[in-house]
Design a binder for this molecule. Structure first.
Ligand code: FE2
Length: 432
């Protein structure tokens, strides 16, 4: 065997819509490749879905929202899939119950792959038949961004499923974990004032979800924000200071959550003698104090911030800071450089290291609400985002599992405050 390692070249970015479609669809199959059919079947909790379901659902999206509408003489690949793989679109019709997705043993994984291949062939024919059709292009782009969201969910969900296996299986031995700069956390001050928030095609690229619009003005008080996310080492200091036993640090609902679950550590931490172990996509590893702490609920992030004499940033502050720092919105780690090759997430502004994107989704203090004058997308895809604007908090920045190129400064992720299984951490902010 030749021991010389050839230099890995970044794959060229696909330029046409057909190329982008093929590349992103293939990436989903690549993500499932390390998994067995049994792995792809399992559902570990109601919030998580089987890999097989994800692969079918993201295909259902293209069949339902594009082929059914634009394909002459449309016939579904299999009529029952309309219900089985409909996630939450009431306008489309009935949905199979989410908590029971792991019970769908038929179609098999091989059947789902045949479904994907059939839809891909028909989608490429549709794209070729309607060049320059703005409506088709917009829906294909939405479907591809939707697929990328599910690619991250495939990873978070299989990680959760593997956490129940005493053999501690690894999804990939070389899953990248980015470290923070070794220097102490730095603080960046912002004068605040009237700022513009929301998607800007010049700054953020052409695509955005409807919840990032419309761009609008908002008033921000003077604040300062940390140069990087909070690390495992810093979170361990909170735990060692009895962080989980001090009700004064917690929101009322958060303290109830700690008590009801008898919680003493974040999700995936296990005690081994005098050290903590952590379940990761690499398998079980020791806690690394220099990597961003991950899998925190909003309650844990908020309690840590209070303990640290700080607070969570609002999403307005976060976005304003990300734009002001001109941090690179390159997204997560796994695409373009081969599936599992880490890329540096830090950019230096002057001599100030900044780490804003692609480590962990960062909880903000902001409830997930519509922007002023928000309108959902027209048509049946209008159910995509707007109807979830209740009882959830906004997260910003993307994670190590977010596909590269998927995240931007205006991107608004959202989850309920007790959710832990996403790659979620925090960044500190303070009033000035
Ligand atoms: Fe979906």
């Amino acid at each position: 065997m030749n021991k010389a390692t050839p230099k890995r070249q970044a794959a060229p970015r696909p330029s046409t819509l057909a190329d982008r479609y093929a590349a992103i669809r293939q990436q989903s199959l690549d993500l499932a490749a390390p998994l067995s059919a049994e792995d792809c079947q399992v559902q570990s909790m109601a919030d998580a879905s089987p890999t097989k379901w994800h692969l079918a659902h993201i295909t259902w999206f293209f069949e339902t929202f594009l082929l059914e509408r634009f394909e002459p003489a449309f016939r579904p690949f299999e009529p029952s899939f309309r219900v089985l793989f409909n996630s939450y679109y009431k306008g489309i019709g009935a949905q199979y119950p989410r908590p029971q997705r792991g019970l769908i043993t038929r179609p098999t994984l091989a059947d789902v792959k045949r479904f994907r291949a059939d839809v891909d062939e028909r989608m490429q024919a549709l794209i070729a038949a309607r060049p320059g059709d703005a409506e088709v292009e917009a829906l294909v782009s939405l479907g591809l961004q939707h697929e990328q969201q599910h690619q991250e969910l495939m990873l978070t969900d299989i990680k959760h499923a593997f956490s129940f296996n005493p053999a501690a299986p690894a999804y990939a031995r070389r899953w990248p974990i980015s470290r923070v700069q070794p220097e102490p956390m730095r603080w960046f001050a912002h004068a605040g004032g009237l700022v513009e928030i929301g998607h800007d095609p010049v700054l953020d690229g052409d695509f955005c979800f409807d919840n990032e619009t419309p761009r609008h003005r908002a008033f921000v008080e003077p604040f300062e924000i940390a140069s990087r996310p909070v690390t495992y080492g810093e979170y361990l200091a909170f735990m060692d200071d009895a962080g989980y036993a001090r009700p004064e640090l917690w929101l009322s609902m958060g303290w109830d959550w700690v008590q009801s679950g008898a919680r003493t550590a974040p999700l995936y931490w296990t005690r081994d003698g005098d050290r903590w172990l952590n379940h990761t996509l690499q398998g079980t590893v020791e806690i690394d104090p220099h990597t961003p702490v991950c899998h925190l609920s909003y309650f844990e992030a908020d309690a840590f911030a209070r303990w640290a004499g700080a607070r969570l940033p609002t999403e307005l502050e976060w976005e304003h800071a990300a734009r002001a720092l001109r941090a690179p919105a390159s997204g997560g780690n796994f695409a373009d450089r081969g599936a599992f090759h880490p890329m540096p997430q830090t950019k230096t502004i002057g001599d100030e290291p900044v780490q804003m994107f692609g480590d962990v989704w960062e909880w903000t203090a902001s409830a997930y609400l519509p922007y002023p004058r928000f309108r959902p997308l027209p048509g049946l895809v209008g159910e995509y985002n707007g109807k979830f604007m209740c009882n959830q908090f906004v997260l910003r920045g993307g994670s190590c599992a977010t596909p590269r190129g998927h995240v931007r400064a205006s991107y608004r992720n959202f989850f309920p405050p007790d959710a832990q299984w996403q790659f979620s951490g925090l960044r500190l902010a303070r009033d000035l």
